[in-house]
Each structure stands twice: as structure tokens, then as C-alpha cells.
Design a protein around this ligand. Sequence first.
Ligand SMILES: [Zn+2]
Length: 244
Amino acid sequence: MVGAARPNTIVLLSMGYDSLSTWHQLGRPAAVYFDVGSQYSAPEIDRYQKLRISFPQLIPVQDMRWLGEQEQDDRWVPLRNLVMTVRAAALGYDDIVMSAPADWAPDKRLTFTLATSLALRVAQPGVNYRVRRPFSHWTKAKLIAATPPKLLEDYAYSCYEGTEPPCGRCAACGRATIAHLAAGREPPTALRSGLGFRELMDLRRGSANGSRLSETVRMRPGELLYVPLRGWELLRAWEAYRRR
Ligand SMILES: [Zn+2]
């Protein structure tokens, strides 16, 4: 079973749909939120602190704003996941879980989890460190469908603009909308009626920023065709939209 947690499991929570769902699928083990001081940190921290009240296994927010200062124009922070992984290990956890069903970042790929697992084991012999992405073969829609709606409604936040409520126009909001439709769930932000198929699909690119371009640039050639949602899920989203 992919979902098994160990006694020393910790989930790196970003408070997005993927990581919250990953945490839930694993039986809600310990988790941590790293504050890199981004534009959307405040609403994420707000939700993480609320979640901590009900789940004391969540450890305090870790201040990583010093690293966030390296944020690039496309909002990518070099080495973020490496620093977070090592820090989680240094805090005493040996099973470090990342969520990455749709990730284009080089520091979330399989080679990254294998290399960091090895580096940690070399650095501290005798500890069976494991860095993993147990649901990397699941799509965002599948993760959402497998998670109680209330958990996501109350605690998930995924918007590049950092507005409260989420803007509904950026690529993160657009992907959440399509994934919710594909999962048979009500989208988290208002959705215009009268869109055509292409217009609905284009929500994934967002109208409020250029994240799509930068994501494409960071992909390797073999990954250009990679989609976070499968074709049949996009069709299911379209059918759900038309029925509204
Ligand atoms: Zn947004």
C-alpha cells in the first residue's frame, strides 16, 4: 500500500490540495509548514495554524524567510525542497513525504527523492532515511476525490495571488477549479458560466500571471507533454461544467 506511514513520518505541507490530501491518505501523521515569506504565505500559515489546533502532531511553523529572499520572477525558490527535506530530517524524522502529482520543479522529481534519501543515509549511517512522493502517480483530481470535502474546504489554499478569498484567476486557482470539476466536487472559487471547452481548459494557465510559461521552461524535453490531469479527467471536468 502506498499510503502507509511510519512512526517517524512527516509530511511537508504547503496547504495546497495535493499536500493536504497526501497527508490525509497517510492517516494524518506529523506535518510541517515552512514559511518562505512568499506572497501567499499569510493565508497558508493562517490555515496551518487552524489545522494545528485540531492536530497537535503538526509541528510549529518553521521560519525560512531567509531562503524566500532568493525567490525568482516565476516564484521558484532554488533549493527550497532540499533545504526543507534536510531540515525535516534534522528535526528527527526519517520518513519525509513530499506531494508532487503535478510538479515541474526539478527538486521534486524522483531523482531528487532518491538522491536526498541516499545523502541523508550517508550523512547519518544507521538511520534508514527515506524521502518519498507516495502519490506521485495520482492526479490532483484523484487526490481531491479521495479526501473529505470539509478538510479541503476548511484548510486548503492554492492561489498565487495570496488574496483572501483566492483570486479565482491565476493558474493555481484554475487548476484547482478543473481538478474539482473532474473529481465531481464544487470548485473552490466562483466559476463563470458560458465558457467554451478551450476557455475552460485555459483556466489552467491563469489570466493573472505568466506561470505557465515559466513552468514549461523548467520542464525537460521529455516532460513537455506531461499533464497534471489525464485526458479523460479533462473531459469529465467539461461534462461537469456543462451540467451546471
Ligand atoms: Zn488565484
